[in-house]
Design a protein around this ligand. Structure first.
Ligand code: FPP
Length: 240
């Protein structure tokens, strides 16, 4: 049974297995992403119902540009369809959307739709839904190092004064960006047992839950099972 008193504040998900799901059904890969988007919508709704404060999904990694043009274009079309069809729902449900990643290079229509969504939801106070888009954990750390280097160059910071908090604050999840705490729980679907460059800094102490279910078949029930698994573990943070 889910313990409502011990819900994670921040859940991060690697939505994996859309391609394999489509292949099993003899469908084009984009149809797998389409089914994945529908699954994602339900998980956003359910996170809100469960009182989770932050949900982060890996929608597009810095490595995903290597996929075929048709697939990349298809994923961004889905993003446009999602934000356009769901914007009212997101506003009604008080969801605040944020992006992790440098989305300046994504197709223009996707960028416009996304910016409209970010603006329209920015003052909402319910669930914060972070979409990791053109996101890579190493790229994120590299950007933080560059920004900190600039501050040193300008004389605003001394190298020996760099703390973990300062590094964390320069990530996409820092106060100038999504302003989100570290996730207590990371879920990856489809049986792969890797982090794949996802939230490398932020997941230092996260519980990792893996399931064989392919992302399009990841239902709210599966989600609750993953949270139960998280709740059953004892979290020690290395010390206690
Ligand atoms: C991983 O499955 C999934 C992705 C790289 C894309 C995720 C996209 C969505 C869920 C829908 C679009 C939603 C937004 C917000 C853009 P995979 O293709 O790696 O699956 P495979 O490992 O079985 O090939």
């Amino acid at each position: 049974m889910l313990n409502k008193e011990r819900m994670p504040v921040h859940v991060a998900i690697i939505m994996d297995g859309n391609g394999r799901w489509a292949k099993q059904k003899n469908l084009p890969r984009v149809m797998g992403h389409n089914a994945g988007m529908k699954a994602m919508k339900k998980i956003v709704d359910h996170s809100d119902k469960l009182g989770i404060k932050y949900l982060t999904v890996y929608a597009f990694s810095t490595e995903n540009w290597k996929r075929s043009l048709a697939e990349v274009t298809g994923i961004f079309k889905l993003l446009v369809a999602y934000v356009n069809s769901d914007l009212k729902g997101l506003i009604d449900n008080n969801v605040r959307v944020k992006v992790l990643g440098d989305y300046s290079q994504i197709p223009e229509d996707a960028k416009k739709s996304l910016e409209k969504t970010l603006e329209a939801t920015k003052d909402n106070t319910g669930l914060q839904f972070n979409i990791a888009l053109n996101y890579g954990g190493r790229d994120e750390i590299r950007r933080a190092v560059c920004a900190i280097g600039e501050e040193i160059k300008e004389g605003r910071l001394e190298p020996q004064d760099i703390t973990e908090e300062i590094i964390a604050d320069h990530l996409f999840t820092g106060s100038g960006g999504a302003d989100a705490p570290d996730p207590e729980l990371v879920i990856r679907t489809s049986g792969e047992l890797r982090l794949s460059n996802y939230l490398l800094w932020q997941t230092a102490y996260s519980e990792l839950v893996f399931t064989d279910v392919l992302w399009p078949e990841f239902t709210p029930e599966e989600y609750e099972k993953a949270i139960e698994e998280y709740q059953s573990r004892h979290r020690r943070f290395g010390g206690r």
